[in-house]
Design a binder for this molecule. Sequence first.
Ligand code: F6P
Length: 555
Amino acid sequence: MSTSQLPSVDPTRTAAWATLQSERDALSGTHLRALFAADPGRFARFSLRLHGLLFDYSKQKVRAETVQALLALAEQCGVPAAIEAMFAGARINATEDRAVLHTALRDGSGGPRMVQTPAGAEDVMPAVRAVLAQMRAFVAALHEGSWRGATGRQIRHVVNIGIGGSDLGPAMVVRALEPDWLPHCRVHFVSNVDGAHLATTLAPLDPAETLFVVASKTFTTQETLTNAHSARAWLTGALGEDAVAKHFVALSTHEAAVRAFGIDPANMFAFWDWVGGRYSLWSAIGLPIACAVGMDGFEALLHGAYEVDTHFRSAPLGENIPVLMALLGVWNHNLLGSTAHAVLPYDQSLERFAAFLQQADMESNGKRTTRDGGAVGWSTGPVVFGEPGTNGQHAFYQLIHQGTQVIPCDFIACARSRHPLGDHHDKLLANFLAQPEALMRGKTEAEARAELVAAGKDEAAIAALLPHKVFPGDRPSSALLLDALTPRTLGQLIALYEHKIFVQGVLWNVYSFDQWGVELGKQLAGAILPELQGGPAQVHDSSTAGLIAAIAALR
Ligand code: F6P
């Protein structure tokens, strides 16, 4: 294992942890309402601005002393050194012996960015810029019509075939930037090995006008290769074998596998092992984004992320938004005991944002082994979930308001809509503001009683209804307010969460950039597949064997 792994620190043995436990006890009898009432400057004290973006954490259950203790925790767990190690290209993904350099993909400084290799330090920027230039030329050719399909027709549909990090980020961004889509060419995403996904996507498409982007870092992922082979059969069945050259491109780190699939490496857009799959939308994996919004739009996305990278690397911890997001998450999860985290964009364009974050967060920090190989003695990683507001309000918010668990929420909104329509956006924003206020304030028994009296209820009805009408409040949330959802602000938003996740991994003393936990299921599926296809029965538990037999009986 690399010697440049981050040091292993038990966060619960730091002095700051003990202070945080005292803080928790000190604050336990104090309602968030009281914290607001006691400090008219609370919003100003607990909010930060960055390039037009506002981060408000004043509705978190903290006071100044809590924030000081959280910042001390960051220091004592080595967060500043870890940030520097990541940006310096150290091989901090130690279990895979790789650097973590997705920030280089969006580095607009014009300077070098070094990756540390066993042979010494290497500047990655020439290769990064070369792929960006290759992407620019390809996207221009596609939109101008100089890249045409095998029959000479212009490409009207790009189908990205990938899964996990080779799907979720680009799919989320393309959906979010719908107002920026260029005409003439639509981008589609196929990820699931369920044949329905590919079949229903291809059904309305014409092979002569369709280009497939096979996106896979490893180019070995079963789902992606299965879909890619079926897509190839669909294409060649209509246009013949020679059509592959004009209808397939690959995004990968694995040239030999791309060649073996039958894609000319000239039609491959490369990236590198220091780009983690779930952090790869900034790399060649972003090609479908560039196809949808153009290369200028893609570079604006990179620029927004670069602005946040600069902030993250240089801002003092107490003014550092991703660091504070991470610390507040640890405070809520480890000290206050919440087990879930809701991400609630009041923006329909961000309907895939929670799904993207689920992989970014839970695949990164869903770990139980410390950096020195021991068992973690603290909880890592809440369950991340979410849906756009206001839809979620009519689905799961009941539990957030009155359920027995406290679920911290991130409320995200844009001040300006890209789809202005009557007073829709005012109503959306009214809800974006009302929900966190309701969670914070709650409704006391006296307030609930007054409402029931005003509604003309008699004493018996009031006594029966009152317990159901009380909201405890004191439920924490943060707000992220953007100007409007553009490539640049979206890049900022994504980078904030990426760095939050990184800092939490440092604090929880886990390796955030590997994903060994997804391997076992893959191995077992590989063993079961031949059985489903008529091969000899393997030894299984009785449940798995029973299910295999039931499937066989039904087919
Ligand atoms: O789910 C495991 C995983 O390795 C993810 O980390 C990754 O994003 C996804 O599979 C797809 O991998 P690839 O890009 O190599 O096909």
